[in-house]
Design a protein around this ligand. Structure first.
Ligand SMILES: Nc1nc2c(c(=O)[nH]1)N[C@H]1C(S)=C(S)[C@@H](COP(=O)(O)O)O[C@H]1N2
Ligand SMILES: [Mo]
Length: 312
C-alpha cells in the first residue's frame, strides 16, 4: 500500500475545496441513497469520464506584453490543463475528462444592459478584431493553490467601451453558458446554473482585467473556459467566470454564484489577501498546483500597483 505523507502546508483536498460544498456532497449522497437507481440513471454525473484528454486547440498568434511578469518559471502546461475548477463538468480537478460533449462553436457573447450600443459578438469576431496580447499572470484560487500562466486576450475595457456604458452603469454582471446535455455538473440540482459573477465597473475597466481567449499559445482548452473567459488576477479565481455568454451592465451590485451558495465566506470583493483567512484555512501561504512549491501569499496577489487605489 502506498502511503503518501502530507507536508505541513498541504491542505487535504476535502478542506481545500470550498466549492465542493460538504453540504452539496452530503446532499448528493443523500439523494443517491433515497432515490436509489433513479439518480444513477443520470450517470454522466458520476460517470468515469472520457478515456483520454482532448487534443490541444488551434494555435493563436499574440505578442507577449513586456509589462507583466511572474517571479520565476511558468507553471507546466500539462498541470494547468489537467488540474481545474469547472463545476459545470466535475467537482473534482480532472475536468478535462468530462468535457468531450461540450460544444464551443458556434459561440456568441452578448454585451447588454445599461449600454448605448448593445452588441452580440461571435467568437470569430473577438479572435480577429481585438488586439490580442499574451500576458504572464499569477493566478490564485481561494483553495490556496496558485499557478503562473501565459494567457492570451485583450483588455475587457475594449469590449465594454465598444458598447458605450451609460452613466448609470455601476457594476458588470457575467453569465456563463447553460447546456445540461453537454455539462454533467449542470444536472446537480443544488447549484443554481448557469454560473454568474460580477465586478464593479471600475474593476472591470481596470487594465489588468483580461478578456481571455487563449493560453500557452493556443485557444483555450474546454476545461480552461473555452472559448471566452474573464481573468481578474488580483482576486480569487472564482471571480473570473469561464465560458461566458453574456456581459450585462447594471446599476446595483449583482449576486454571485458562490456567495449565494456559501454565504458568509468571502464578500463580493474577494481580493487576494494573506491576512484574511478562509473560515476553514489560512490564506498566508499558497502552494503550486503540482504541490512541489509553497510561497507567501501577496496582498492583491502582487497587483497592488495596479489596483490598490480602487480600494483606498
Ligand atoms: N463557469 C465557471 N467559471 C469558473 C469556475 C467554475 O466552476 N465555473 N471556477 C472558478 C475557479 S474557483 C477558478 S480557481 C478558476 C479556475 O480556472 P482554471 O481551471 O483555468 O485554472 O475558474 C473560475 N471560473
Ligand atoms: Mo478557485
Amino acid at each position: 500500500m502506498l502511503i503518501r505523507r502530507r507536508r505541513g502546508w498541504e491542505i487535504p483536498e476535502r478542506e481545500a475545496t470550498p466549492e465542493a460544498l460538504f453540504l452539496g456532497r452530503r446532499g448528493f449522497l443523500g439523494a443517491l441513497a433515497t432515490a436509489g437507481g433513479a439518480v444513477l440513471t443520470g450517470c454522466s454525473i458520476v460517470g468515469a469520464g472520457d478515456a483520454k484528454p482532448t487534443p490541444p486547440p488551434p494555435s493563436l498568434g499574440a505578442t507577449r506584453s513586456p509589462r507583466f511578469a511572474v517571479d520565476g518559471e511558468l507553471t507546466k502546461e500539462s498541470a494547468v490543463l489537467e488540474y481545474n475548477n469547472f463545476y459545470e463538468f466535475s467537482q473534482g480537478k480532472d475536468v478535462y475528462r468530462h468535457v468531450s460533449k461540450f460544444r464551443t462553436r458556434p459561440w456568441t457573447l452578448e454585451v447588454a444592459g445599461l449600454v448605448a450600443k448593445p452588441k452580440t459578438w461571435s467568437i470569430e469576431d473577438l479572435l480577429t478584431k481585438m488586439p490580442l496580447e499574451e500576458r504572464l499572470y499569477r493566478h490564485r484560487c481561494v483553495e490556496a493553490w496558485y499557478m503562473d500562466v501565459p494567457w492570451i486576450g485583450f483588455p475587457l475595457s475594449r469590449l465594454l467601451e465598444a458598447s458605450q456604458p451609460l452613466s448609470r452603469a455601476r457594476y458588470v454582471r457575467f453569465v456563463s453558458f447553460l447546456a445540461k446535455d453537454q455539462a454533467p455538473g449542470q444536472n446537480l440540482p443544488w447549484y443554481t446554473w448557469p454560473y454568474y459573477e460580477g465586478l464593479t465597473l471600475a474593476e472591470a475597466m481596470n487594465e489588468l482585467t483580461l478578456a481571455t481567449v487563449g493560453i500557452f499559445g493556443h485557444e483555450l482548452p474546454k476545461q480552461n473556459g473555452a472559448p471566452f473567459r474573464v481573468v481578474v488576477p488580483w482576486k480569487y479565481g472564482y471571480k473570473g467566470p469561464k465560458s461566458v455568454v453574456k456581459i450585462e451592465l447594471v446599476d446595483s451590485q449583482p449576486h454571485t454564484f458562490w456567495n449565494d451558495q456559501q454565504p458568509g465566506e468571502y464578500s463580493f470583493e474577494s481580493n487576494v489577501n494573506p491576512a484574511v483567512p478562509h473560515p476553514r484555512w489560512s490564506q498566508a501561504q499558497e502552494r503550486s498546483i503540482d504541490g512541489s512549491r509553497s510561497r507567501a501569499t501577496r496582498l492583491y496577489n502582487g497587483y497592488g500597483p495596479w489596483v490598490a487605489s480602487l480600494y483606498a
